[in-house]
Design a protein around this ligand. Sequence first.
Ligand SMILES: [Zn+2]
Ligand SMILES: [Zn+2]
Length: 194
Amino acid sequence: MASGSSKSRTPDARGPEAEFLPEVAELLAYGRALLAEWKSELSFGVRYNRRMRTRAGAAWLRERRIDLNPRLLARHPEQVHETFAHELAHLVVFVRFGRDVRPHGCEWQQLMLDAGFEPSRCHRMDVTGLGRKKRKYWFLYLCRHCPGWWIQRHRVASRCPDCARRPGWVYRADRSPAGHRRLVRIARAHAAAS
Ligand SMILES: [Zn+2]
Ligand SMILES: [Zn+2]
């Protein structure tokens, strides 16, 4: 028989924030206590997901899994259990009612109350520096049917101003003068070749 040496070693996704965050095993135990309180026999998973940015937690309804954001929650350790309960309640509501009820409706609120929390939708947490940098681009559209081209700020399929047909190709460049110049060069080559 394999002994303790074969114990699976999953990497600790808490990373450098580990000291502020409960272990997954502790959350699983807490979750089982909540489910007993809620009279649910759901089986679920929970993990810390270092790729999360500004959301504290997420519930994957079909996978029955909860993701928690270690970087954000380490800033607000007092909110870990509530965030976890919030997401677990989403799973329970989904299993009981499917998508027929509102995600933060009465059913969910009752579970939160039963767990001892105010059923507020979200808490303000300090997400400074965790957000995705919003990059801005120019988009060049080249017409597939004629030499027409144009540059715009958003990626929305519009029609060629020259022939009114759908454009063929899109190029993207940073929203800077250099990016714009690059796109104009591509556009001129396209127009000359058409
Ligand atoms: Zn929610
Ligand atoms: Zn055209």
